[in-house]
Design a protein around this ligand. Structure first.
Ligand code: MRU
Length: 351
């Protein structure tokens, strides 16, 4: 955990999941105590819990919240879990970690464990969700170590959205190499894109970096070109919601623009993500479903109207950066350079 930072996903028991309400950060630290699956689904849809790995973990634990109410038969439990899992997966379409975590849980639930009653299943599945949580923690630490050398040679980093501790179990993905390098005494400094419309950069990334005492400066999204053109950036480092087999990467809306700019100015673009974000079943970025969100997110700024109330709006939550604009992926399996259609397959075989 990053010192002084609240934890986004806290499993209390199989029937109680505590989620940090990230919508209220940085002003208030408020928790949602979920005992019903619908509460978790609503928290995911409203971005109370957000960030690809964190929503996957919330879903893995959320799947079990009502298991005590299911009939005491393995077949019945599996059917109910399948139904609930499908609803959780449908709550946000772009981040593959959500489907990945639910599939891992359901595959585990379908393994043979004859003689186990509902309580036995419940405990086994809670242990499985905890295993996914611990694996994410370990992956984030490894990503931090794998990317730290890059940060020490490229210490002025620009990041977009929030791919820090708040978006995962702990430590982060894109922020992990920054934390790791900072802990080693590297003089890293971070340009934090505000990340319109929901301000994950200004509300969450700036908050995290300041809690960790990493020097940072907040800019609006439209200032990124100017800071790059002024020679103030060494590297772009972002997270991901889904990486296709050819390296095309869906991440928060605005990432594509940042990557195009970085390529124009000759700056490397690295994507840090756990292996659970890499989806070799998706051939390319054009196969990734992009979530469209409520127009009012664009018509307002932090709840206050900032546009005519009836103005038509287009509000895609993510965009896709083509693999050819990406210098490499920082994962728990190490640093992966292109050609991604070959190297990602090779890394998959080392899992
Ligand atoms: O809509 P959000 O806030 O869930 O979007 C989050 C991002 O795009 C992150 O960059 C991504 O999930 C990686 S988080 C480690």
């Amino acid at each position: 955990m990053v010192a002084g930072l609240p934890r986004s996903v806290s499993p209390i028991s199989h029937a109680h999941l505590r989620l940090l309400d990230q919508r209220l950060l940085p002003e208030s630290e408020v928790y949602l105590d979920c005992t019903q699956v619908e509460q978790v689904i609503s928290a995911i849809k409203q971005l109370s819990v957000r960030g690809a790995p964190a929503i996957g973990l919330a879903a893995a634990f959320g799947l079990l919240l009502e298991i005590d109410q299911y009939p005491d038969s393995k077949a019945e439990i599996a059917t109910r879990l399948g139904e609930v899992g499908a609803k959780l997966v449908a709550s946000r379409p772009t981040a593959v970690n959500l489907a990945w975590a639910v599939e891992a849980m359901l595959a585990f639930a379908s393994t043979d464990a004859a003689g186990l009653g509902a309580a036995g299943w419940r405990d086994r599945l809670f242990a499985k969700a905890t295993e996914l949580y611990d694996a994410d923690r370990a992956a984030c630490r490894k990503i931090g170590a794998a990317g730290a050398a890059l940060v020490s040679t490229h210490p002025r980093v620009l990041t977009h959205c929030n791919a820090g501790a708040l978006a995962v179990s702990e430590f982060g993905t894109a922020l992990a190499p920054i934390y790791h390098a900072h802990n080693q005494g590297v003089e890293v400094s971070v340009w934090v894109d505000e990340t319109r419309p929901l301000l994950q950069g200004s509300r969450l990334t700036a908050f995290e970096l300041m809690a960790h005492q990493v020097p940072c400066r907040l800019i609006t999204d439209s200032m990124a070109a100017h800071v790059m053109a002024s020679g103030l950036v060494d590297m772009v480092l972002v997270g991901a919601d889904r990486v296709a087999a050819n390296g095309d990467t869906a991440n928060k809306i605005g990432t594509l623009g940042v990557a195009v700019l970085a390529n124009h100015y000759g700056l490397p673009v690295y994507v840090a993500c756990p292996w659970s974000t890499i989806d070799l079943n998706t051939a390319s970025g054009s196969d990734i479903e992009i979530e469209l969100r409520n127009p009012d997110e664009v018509r307002t700024f932090q709840g206050q109207p900032s546009a005519p109330t009836a103005v038509p709006v287009y509000n895609p939550a993510f965009d896709v950066t083509p693999g050819h604009l990406i210098s490499g992926f920082i994962t728990e399996r190490g640093l992966i350079a292109g050609p991604f259609d070959e190297t990602l397959k090779v890394a998959a075989s080392h899992g």
